[in-house]
Write a protein that binds this ligand. Structure first.
Ligand SMILES: O=C(O)/C=C/C(=O)/C=C/C=C(\O)C(=O)O
Length: 285
């Protein structure tokens, strides 16, 4: 079997969907009758590949096609200023991508912003969703226990405004529970990603100035989601508090929740093996 790499799976497509006319970058991995779309988080320098590189191979080996969409404003996709709901904007972009690729129905695994966007997509296009995995995200809205914006989101926004290695390390320091796995190589790769697209950084800052609430609260509509849903959270998440996960399972009728201990905002990376087993089991049963 050939080794999967970012470069060998990298593709671009032009989408024309609603008000969006954008070049979208995505990675297309493996082949199979069923497709899993992975949607990344909103941190500076994030991408599908950066978020999910520990999670692609097990799904591909199990016979799934895996599509990693880089949302508008991230990585090699076109940049954009978002003055409305970014969750809905990403949902529109995903609809455009799936139409271009001629894929009718997908499972969606969303991380943080990617989870918010997966819920937006499910509410708008329920017939196109198989199962949902929502990790560290799924809806905006206030936490009952943690003042918002959280310390993590404050550091994330500070990094967008001043993209320095010091601010990156300060954000990453509270991003994961156990920082000993964070290497200089990882910091450098993330910094390079960020600085390669200063337009994305500037447009993110303009977006939150125009609309600080980029991710709307979907709580009142969660009961409309019929897809079987697995919610996954880190017990020590300092970016999107764990009680958001409780709100999701309270609202989505066909859902269950797993909380990883000793885990921050990146469960798919911090607990990759167990996470992969859990997701595979969920998708195949
Ligand atoms: O503000 C929110 O609700 C969402 C925040 C995020 O999506 C943060 C995500 C950060 C990453 O996953 C990353 O890789 O930077």
């Amino acid at each position: 079997m050939t080794t999967l790499t970012e470069a060998s799976s990298s593709k671009f497509v032009r989408i024309n969907e609603g008000e969006l006319d954008l070049l979208i970058h995505y990675n297309d991995c493996g082949q199979g009758d069923e497709t899993v779309v992975m949607l990344h988080g909103s941190g500076p320098g994030a991408s599908g590949w950066a978020n999910f590189n520990r999670n692609i191979e097990p799904l591909v080996e199990a016979g799934f096609r895996v599509i990693l969409m880089d949302c508008p404003g991230w990585s090699k996709s076109d940049s954009i200023v978002c003055e409305g709901s970014r969750s809905d904007l990403n949902a529109t972009a995903l609809k455009g991508l799936l139409d271009e690729l001629d894929i009718e129905k997908v499972h969606i695994l969303g991380n943080s912003m990617g989870g918010h966007s997966a819920v937006a997509f499910s509410l708008r296009y329920p017939q196109r969703v198989g199962k949902l995995v929502l990790m560290g995200g799924g809806t905006g809205g206030a936490s009952l226990f943690t003042p918002m914006p959280t310390e993590g989101i404050k550091r994330l926004q500070g990094l967008y405004r001043e993209p320095t290695i010091e601010n990156l390390k300060s954000m990453m320091d509270i991003f994961v529970f156990d920082t000993s796995d964070l290497t200089e190589e990882l910091f450098q790769a993330r910094l390079d990603n960020m600085l390669a697209r200063r337009d994305h950084l500037e447009n993110f800052v303009k977006s939150i100035q125009a609309n600080p609430k980029q991710f709307p609260d979907f709580s009142p509509r969660l009961a409309e989601i019929s897809a079987e849903t697995l919610v996954i959270w880190g017990r020590q998440d300092r970016f999107v508090p764990m009680d958001t996960g409780l709100r999701l399972v309270a609202g989505i009728p066909n859902s269950e929740l797993h909380i990883f201990n000793r885990c921050g905002h990146w469960a798919q990376w911090e607990h990759a093996d167990k996470f992969n087993r859990m997701v595979l089991d969920f998708l195949t049963h």
